[in-house]
Design a protein around this ligand. Structure first.
Ligand code: NIG
Ligand code: FE
Length: 411
């Protein structure tokens, strides 16, 4: 199957040198081709260039993109997409002044979702998550990492991971699964947290590995949650079972999580509201992608991660939705683009690099996704007629995506 997308007003995020991630000052650059064509063969990008250079050949399908732009699909490298119910009651508590931490201490927050996930059937979780994936596709996302973490028991964690496995099989999205056994401390383990850590190490990690259910291992390493020592123990066990770390860190405090992530060669460390010079120095020269979650900082009204400082120091930065019922109930990566520009003062080019190439790296798929490059998987979207690519973050709240292609197929 050979498809031509022709008369593209501007083809964005063109990538000729296949770098695995974009660092520092390079983040402000984005190559584009005006009045372009894009050729898709089966599930891959076969060619692209200026319309004037298009050679005479036959196609099975042609799409005229006059007035429209083409972007590589967003890669959403941090989500908690499998969950049951919603938590708008806590949202009201937050408006009334309770902090995320206070809600968690009262058994709300993550434990509230855990109770619902434990009670939900695997089929129900699957159907709800599939519906959210469909929504994501409509907003332009082409790859998504999904965490467990609302189980809190081995049984419920495995149930979540099996749901993610089914989603991987059935959805056209590229999906990676992460075991987040240590997301919160169940009430019955309060005061003897190390026993819960033992459960993660002795049961959850080996079982997930035996069934091949998890690509990555995550821990909520932060003040009030899991300590650096707890985290190190769990990451070591995960690594032994072939799971690379990808952790939650420095959302509540400068808790040492970033240093732990780098020490264990994590693929990413995520949130990072509390990141100082020491943490930035530690990340430099590492393979760990700092990943900022603007939706969670917005929704919880938190201080913002020092993204400009990170980029000035030479780091690459990724951004993802963190889609979850407690701190970021939206799967819309176009909103993340707008938040990147408004709240973190990123240039549109920096925001595109953060939500495509660098977030592809942060979920281990940048060799085949995240940019318009020959040989990469043909996951991209065609916009509605728009004036400039800057319009994408500018017109926040509006869905600018008209057509979506995943694995070379129109959705
Ligand atoms: O990434 N910070 C920890 N975990 C999630 C929140 C999950 C929840 O509140 O349900 C996050 O924001
Ligand atoms: Fe998260």
């Amino acid at each position: 199957m050979k498809t031509l997308i022709k008369n593209i007003k501007e083809l964005c995020m063109v990538d000729r040198d296949l770098k695995p991630r974009i660092m520092g000052k390079e983040m402000a650059k984005m190559e584009t081709i005006k009045n372009a064509y894009l050729i898709v063969e089966d599930d891959r990008i076969a060619d692209f260039g200026e319309m004037g250079a298009l050679k005479e050949q036959s196609f099975d399908k042609e799409v005229d993109a006059t007035g429209r732009m083409v972007f590589p699909s967003f890669c959403d490298s941090h989500t908690h997409l499998v969950y049951a119910g919603s938590r708008e009651i806590e949202y009201i508590d937050k408006i009334r002044g309770l902090s995320y931490d206070e809600i968690a201490k009262r058994g709300g927050g993550i434990l509230n979702s855990a109770k619902r996930v434990q009670e939900a059937s695997e089929d129900q979780l699957y159907e709800d998550a599939m519906m959210r994936l469909q929504q994501m596709i409509g907003f332009g996302t082409g790859a998504v990492e999904i965490k467990s973490g609302y189980g809190m028991t081995t049984e419920a964690e495995m149930k979540m991971l099996r749901v993610i496995r089914r989603l991987k099989e059935d959805s056209p999205l590229t999906i990676k699964a992460t075991l987040l056994g240590a997301h919160g401390i169940p009430m019955e383990y309060r005061g003897r947290q190390e026993k819960f850590v033992d459960l993660v190490i002795d049961e959850m990690i080996p079982q997930a590995a035996a069934e091949g259910l998890a690509d990555y291992i995550d821990v909520f390493c932060d003040e009030g949650f899991f300590t650096c020592e707890d985290t190190e123990r769990m990451l070591e066990a995960g690594i032994k079972h072939g799971m690379r770390p990808k952790i939650h860190a420095n959302e509540m405090a400068c808790s040492g999580g970033i240093q732990v992530a780098v020490k264990y060669n994590a693929l990413s460390c995520d949130h990072l509201e509390f990141t100082g010079d020491e943490e930035i120095a530690c990340l430099l020269g590492s393979e760990t992608m700092p990943t900022v979650l603007p939706g969670a900082a917005f929704f919880l009204n938190m201080q913002h991660a020092p993204v400009r400082k990170m980029m000035d120091a030479g780091l690459g930065v990724a951004m993802s939705s963190d889609c979850n019922p407690g701190s970021s109930p939206s799967p819309n990566m176009q909103l993340i683009l707008s938040m990147a520009c408004v709240n973190y003062r990123m240039l549109p080019e920096e925001a595109f690099n953060a939500t495509t190439m660098n977030s592809a790296y942060a979920m281990g798929v940048s060799d085949k996704l995240g940019s318009i490059a020959k040989g990469k998987v043909a996951n991209f979207y065609i916009t509605k007629p728009i004036s400039t690519y800057e319009y994408m973050p500018y017109a926040y709240g509006e869905n600018k995506v008209e057509k979506v292609f995943l694995n070379g197929k129109e959705q």
